[in-house]
Ligand binder design. Structure first.
Ligand SMILES: Nc1ncnc2c1ncn2[C@@H]1O[C@H](COP(=O)(O)OP(=O)(O)OP(=O)(O)O)[C@@H](O)[C@H]1O
Length: 636
């Protein structure tokens, strides 16, 4: 029966897809087959329900354990939206679940008809009963490699059209290989002399004025990653900076920029500062969310001081665009910080001139690589300076050579690939290590010391290793769904937490949780993308200054958000994978502070916690909250 229904369904979906703008959104399209007759309904009905379920599409990050959960829960998914709307969501990847596979030999033909050139992955499940449904068990990686080896790069790497033909063929000609080797030897010598764990900022080669401002702002000693990154960037290298959450990566790239750009920069040999003469934008910093963008602006302003605040300008989405454009014209900032959409928009309108830009920073670069940002990132990479090492002839002859700085606590291999194409011989900078990216094996992410060969998904999850501050404490607490908020309340009291971020996956439930907490006397507030910019910044402000004790939020706040006082992170819903866990957890325990992460889950979800534990290389023991205390449950 599966075959017929599967075929019928496939035809039905094909028609729907032909009418919808799937070509624009189907960046990485997966088709999976799933054996699901067991619910007693016909397969066809069951599958349509799944297709029409918004929440199902919302979890199409395709993480393995979500698939496993689906399998365990037998798809208890609401039918609440229509396919056209879902397909219009930029992050949608389509996942079709069938009872039995169509013969895989027929699939490529069907796919070409339906999706044209779009990359489609077909994976059929061979033995649905004996093994858990994971991407690996579905043969995701191997199937992809076999059929689509060249496309792997294309998917995660926007096509950078100003790349010179020379650089593209770098690894082919023997001369270029030789040249590359020479460069590498030279670089490794330089790297060895990089000062690690410097005792003061003055060891890092920063200008005097900047050192004074650092002291005035209360920054006395550089963190390890700053000690490693600052001199490396000052020497002119493109870099990928990876170190755990809250380790000071923002200053690690801001300090070298401020050494060369704006009023604090090094004076010229004749002793005079040149700032004031130049009217161009020298640095563009891109961040995936408004909140993070604004936080970076605050960090720059802290160092610039009130008089020079206008040297930096924020260009985040949600704010008034014409006001931003006017400010650009009037203030002529040297540094702009913004979200990809807004930067690309203003640049396309001809109001942002970045051709003489010398620094391009991509903060949370792995997030910026996601499909949502693809087109905007493409524009930014093409218009912000010129990739160092790119052929300086033709229309880009007068453009400045830029340094490309990519930053994240989690660096999956896709980032390494992107870094190689966006920068020139980039170096990987970690807290106690600087090495050429070339030495990172293609089989693993940078966060693991010994790269292993594995599926795409396992590489992604391993990228979360070493992304968490070592002092963080992690627990999980099993409870029933309806008791989760109450467990959160007891957890907050037991740990006497003053500033708590609770993560949930869906806005409606998130609002309910705030309501329940408030009803129980805890000051709580919601923060999510459905709120306007003003509401978001007011809530954050209240949370930062302690007026709100529990901030209930979603993935929006998982990256970059820096609230030093946050002493507890709670997962009221499971994160989709270990990378998301790491970024959520990293909101606490910042810069060596104490922090606790508690994942509140239901019994059938415990295996996910076990998996996270393994992937992150950390213990997440079970606990309960009794008599106002956290009690760890010893495992048998
Ligand atoms: N050398 C330093 N001395 C004291 N405080 C510092 C120093 N460097 C950074 N900080 C502070 O530490 C906090 C965390 O820094 P930052 O936000 O840059 O971390 P991060 O590594 O980018 O974290 P995430 O990965 O979560 O984005 C910030 O409040 C920052 O001002």
């Amino acid at each position: 029966m599966g075959h017929d229904h599967g075929h019928k369904l496939f035809k039905f979906v094909s028609k729907l897809l032909a009418k919808n703008p799937i070509r624009n959104v189907a960046f990485e399209l997966g088709v999976y087959f799933y054996h699901a007759e067991s619910r007693g309904r016909t397969l066809f009905q069951l599958k349509l329900e799944i297709l029409f379920s918004k929440s199902f599409f919302a979890i199409l990050g395709c993480q393995c354990y979500w698939l496993e959960l689906l399998q365990k829960w037998k798809f208890p998914l609401p039918v609440n939206n229509n396919l056209a709307k879902m397909l219009a969501l930029p992050s949608t990847r389509l996942l079709l679940l069938f009872g039995e596979s169509l013969p895989s030999s027929r699939l490529p033909n069907v796919s070409r008809k339906v999706w044209g050139q779009t990359r489609v992955r077909f994976v059929s499940r061979v033995n649905p009963d004996n093994e858990p449904l994971t991407l690996a068990s579905l043969g995701y990686k191997s199937d992809f490699e076999k059929t689509n080896k060249n496309e792997a790069n294309k998917i995660e790497r926007p096509d950078v059209s100003n790349e010179s033909p020379k650089s593209k063929s770098r690894s082919i000609g023997s001369n270029s290989i030789k040249a590359e080797k020479t460069v590498r030897v030279k670089k490794s010598l330089e790297i060895e002399s990089a000062p690690f764990a410097a005792k003061s900022f003055s060891e890092l080669g920063l200008p005097l004025l900047l050192l004074e401002r650092l002291e005035a702002a209360g920054f006395m000693v550089p963190t390890d990653v700053q000690s490693a990154a600052v001199p490396t960037i000052l020497k002119g290298h493109d870099v990928v900076i990876q170190s755990y959450t809250g380790s000071g990566k923002t200053l690690a790239y801001l300090l070298p920029i401020l050494s060369e750009v704006g009023p604090l920069k090094k004076k010229s040999p004749n002793g005079e500062g040149e700032y004031g003469k130049k009217k161009e934008i020298d640095a563009v910093i891109v961040a995936p969310s408004r909140e993070l963008g604004m936080q970076i602006v605050r960090e720059v302003e802290k160092l610039l001081g009130p008089e020079d605040k206008k040297v930096v300008q924020q260009l985040v989405g949600g704010a008034n665009r014409s006001r931003q454009e006017e400010a650009l014209k009037k203030n002529k900032p040297a540094i702009v910080v913004g979200t990809p959409g807004r930067i690309a928009e203003i640049s396309a309108a001809g109001k942002l001139h970045t051709h003489s830009c010398r620094f391009l920073v991509l903060d949370e670069v792995d997030e910026l690589l996601s499909f949502n940002f693809r087109e905007d990132m493409h524009r930014i990479l093409e218009h912000v300076g010129r990739r160092s090492g790119a052929d300086p002839r033709g229309s880009i002859a007068k453009w400045a050579e830029r340094r490309t700085i990519m930053v994240s606590a989690t660096v999956p291999y896709s980032v390494i690939r992107a870094a190689r194409s966006w920068g020139s011989d980039p170096l990987l900078v970690q807290a106690k290590k600087v090495m050429p990216l070339e030495s990172v094996a293609p089989s693993g992410p940078v966060n693991i010391l010994k790269p292993t060969s594995g599926s795409d998904s396992s590489m992604r999850t391993q990228a979360a290793l070493q992304s968490l501050p070592p002092a963080l404490k992690h627990y999980h607490c099993v409870t029933k769904l309806q008791h989760k908020v109450d467990t959160l309340r007891r957890c907050v009291h037991a740990l006497d937490a003053k500033s708590v971020i609770a993560f949930m996956n869906h806005t409606k439930q998130l609002k309910d949780a705030v309501f329940k907490l408030e009803a129980r006397g805890i000051v709580a507030a919601e923060l999510h993308g459905d709120l306007g910019k003003l509401a978001r910044s007011t809530t954050l402000k209240k949370f930062r200054n302690g007026e709100v004790r529990v901030l209930v939020t979603n993935e929006l706040s998982a990256r970059g958000l820096d609230v030093a006082e946050c002493d507890l992170v709670v997962n009221l819903d499971l994160p989709t994978d270990s990378i998301h866990y790491a970024h959520r957890a990293g909101r606490t325990g910042r810069l060596g502070r104490k922090g606790t992460v508690v994942t509140i889950c239901e019994e059938p979800e415990v295996f996910v916690v076990k998996k996270l534990q393994k992937q992150l290389g950390i213990p997440i023991p079970a606990c309960e909250f009794t008599e106002g205390k956290l009690n760890v449950i010893e495992e048998d």
